[in-house]
Design a binder for this molecule. Structure first.
Ligand code: A2G
Length: 428
């Protein structure tokens, strides 16, 4: 398999800067859960022109168009067939395709868009299989188009703060990190009216067993550890608990709704998945996934170094030095000293506009700022491929009594010399 054969990279997209784009012309595909918010946020950013809106459903397209009613944007609308998006992507007056469709469609749409000469911003996870992850890498390298995964958690306030602190050696050597996606989605995943179209997310949980959603927890930890840019993942082990909730819920629902009869007999993925990753430089990462237990939301975000320790959840985030938590006053001092420039610049506006407390806006703003100024994007195709690949690798380990699995090096050796991510820490 390709994952065991590192090969060579035809062109290194890490640090790649595309020619400046004065006005970034965007086409959106997928206007269900995530799309409309992105349309709204992008419409507020200078130097953006929204050219097209696409979804299977006319209703969704019209709803997003409505969000633009008092703005300068007059997008064309695409809907009604499963391939309406191709018509939009084939246009020659679009620079960026923004993809927020079900997971199955992420790679096919991203690849098609890069082939059609467009940069791509794609929701998490960018790929579902190792082959898809390689396809993204090979296509981005060959076409020299950006393929950014929209890992919004890399732009959250405490995550950016700890990244900036790590850069200035506050934590000393980073030894260990933890991330997670722990979010009770039981109701949402079983919601036929307001949930995911055709219950696609329930289907994912009913047919795959592992960490299906690793990127929210991993992204910020990987940036702090310079994964793909100074360090690299080596191997992982993954273990899942049994499912104590989802099949039972499917059985109950099936009593009154035949739609769920199929699901009543499916082997749902376990409530909790825990994956352990070893890096080439000897660090460890733990990443967890649970969307079906009655727990408060958490992405953990633990950074453990030789000099200091950080933990975001339960919020507010805390820092400890010499085994002792900083006081509120000391914490304000840290914030004064280490708040990154990008947060100073757009943090306040982001909080006002919102989107997971502001991080969604910082992400979209930064994407446009990089494209307009011809800067490398913070998340390149290797990050998209690697962070997404943890899902299929975890499935493989879970299916094999948690035995270790090698993690492919999508950079094919370039991790040793790639520069750390910029992300507007020093200026934006
Ligand atoms: O819940 C949150 O908004 C998730 N994002 C998003 O990825 C999706 O899973 C959604 C489900 O309703 C974060 O947690 C940052």
């Amino acid at each position: 398999s390709k994952s065991l054969n590192p090969g060579i990279s035809s062109f290194n997209m890490s640090g790649f800067a595309a020619p400046k784009i004065d006005e970034v012309r965007i086409g959106f595909i997928g206007l269900g859960m995530r799309g409309p918010g992105a349309v709204k946020r992008m419409s507020l950013i200078e130097g953006v022109s929204i050219k097209g809106l696409c979804d299977l459903r006319e209703k969704s397209v019209l709803k997003s168009k409505e969000l633009l009613k008092d703005t300068k944007h007059e997008p064309d609308l695409y809907y009604g067939s499963a391939y309406a998006w191709k018509e939009m992507v084939d246009r020659d007056d679009i620079d960026l395709i923004y993809i927020a469709t079900p997971w199955d469609w992420h790679t096919p749409m991203a690849v098609y868009a890069m082939e059609a000469g467009k940069h791509v911003a794609v929701e998490v996870p960018a790929a579902k299989t190792i082959d898809e992850a390689w396809e993204l890498v090979e296509t981005s390298e060959r076409t020299q188009k950006h393929c950014m995964m929209l890992e919004n958690c890399c732009y959250d306030f405490f995550e950016l703060l700890t990244l900036n602190m790590a850069r200035q050696n506050y934590f000393g050597d980073i030894i260990h990190g933890e991330g997670a996606y722990i979010h009770n989605l039981l109701d949402l995943n079983f919601d036929k009216e307001n949930g995911y179209q055709n219950m696609w997310r329930l289907e994912e949980n009913a047919t795959r067993n592992g960490n299906l959603y690793p990127t929210h927890g991993l992204g910020p930890v990987c940036q702090i550890m310079n994964i793909n840019r100074g360090d690299q993942m080596d191997y992982l082990n993954s273990l899942s608990s049994a499912d104590f909730d989802m099949q039972q819920r499917a059985k109950n629902r099936a009593k009154t709704d035949p739609f769920f009869s199929d699901y009543a007999n499916k082997n749902f993925r376990g409530n909790m998945n825990t994956t352990l990753i070893k890096t080439k430089k000897g660090r460890s990462i733990m990443v967890q996934h649970d969307v079906s237990s009655p727990r408060p939301y958490s992405r953990i975000h633990i950074i453990s170094g030789t000099k200091a320790f950080a933990q975001k959840w339960p919020t507010p985030g805390k820092i400890a030095v010499n085994d002792i938590w900083l006081t509120d006053k000391e914490m304000s001092g840290v914030e004064d000293k280490y708040t990154p420039e990008i947060v100073k610049k757009v943090g306040k506006l982001a909080k006002k506009i919102g989107g997971h407390g502001g991080m969604d806006f910082i992400m979209d703003w930064r994407l446009i700022d990089c494209l307009r100024n011809g800067l490398p994007l913070d998340q390149d195709v290797y990050d998209a491929a690697l962070w997404s690949a943890i899902a299929p690798l975890s499935e493989y380990s879970v299916a094999n009594r948690s035995n270790s699995v090698d993690v492919p090096d999508f950079t094919r050796g370039n991790w040793k010399t790639n520069d750390p991510v910029d992300i507007g820490l020093k200026g934006a």
